[in-house]
Design a protein around this ligand. Sequence first.
Ligand code: ATP
Ligand code: MG
Length: 349
Amino acid sequence: MLIKRILTGIRPTGALHLGHYIGALKQWVPLQEEYECFFLIADVQALTTHIDKPELIEKAVREVMLDWIAVGLDPTRDNVNFVLQSRVTDLTELTTYFTMLVPFSDMEKNPTIKEERADLRSRPTAGFMIYPISQAADILLFVPYPFDEKNELLVPVGEDQVPHLEGTNKIARRFNNRYGKVFIECTPKVGEVGRLPGTDGQSKMSKSLGNVIMLKDGPEKVKGSVMKMFTDPEKVRKYDPGHPKDCPVYLYHKAFGDQDTIHSRAARCESGALGCVECKKDLIVSLNEFLGPIRKKRKQAEKAPLGKYLSEGTKKACEIGEKTMEEVRKVMHLDYPSVFTTEGDQVGK
Ligand code: ATP
Ligand code: MG
């Protein structure tokens, strides 16, 4: 039987925001109907930028799980697994082997690394520079076994992650060419709105830029954030013609608002008939309608056995990882059949 599997994840650096929803969670929820899902809480990857904030990461692991359940991920299903990255120790071994397959210059040329590096407050660590390689290990450890091109390893992510997935597939090809077929290539799946801009108009909504609306924000907080939002700078007065495509308020309407009126909204903005204050008030209504059920579910999830979900999902991930690593060690001659000739000889087993 063919295996259809998903591996995707989020770094636990805080609760989640609308950008995470649009770029990631929205795609994940319906995929639970069809795929065996592994949703990774990437606490090791969080260390690449938060090495001095271990308490924050610990707290965020819970926040992420609450947000996941709030938007509709269901860890009580057999096919849905929440996984804690640091507890899947095979990932560390696979990452180490993969680092030998990638020229360091590829890391420096990676457009997402370049962009994120510019936003860092301190010099990038070696761990930060190679995180796309550890991400490749995160994905490929979950390769369906036994090898069959017709199996599927789907990775639903935001648009900024696409270069990393191309890199992941390069690693899979290099590995297979050198050692034999172990890894199928992963398939990226990017949502319709690739990247949600920040409330300040910057190209990406991001916690570190402080331009976010969180999924757990209450109605008053949402109202305050929207009323302060950046709009088209050329539309100064209400009746000035606007440029909806350049306005984050319009893009948020497109992502979260009423799609039946979206074209007339754009036309009314362009003609000057719709002012920014009215447009923002409409957005507040739409966002609160969208967030209402999410807030409610989040409250309920606070009583759920989150630790149990996480340890069960992580255990399943470890079982899959063990199979993959057995294959990897075999084809890389790291199981040393010429040295360890009998079962009892095996070191560390
Ligand atoms: P932040 O920058 O707010 O700390 P992050 O970028 O560190 O968040 P990640 O864990 O790296 O969060 O990303 C998780 C997923 O969410 C990725 O698939 C990423 O593409 C997506 N994502 C994050 N922010 C946005 C955004 N503003 N628009 C679309 N997708 C996003
Ligand atoms: Mg990121």
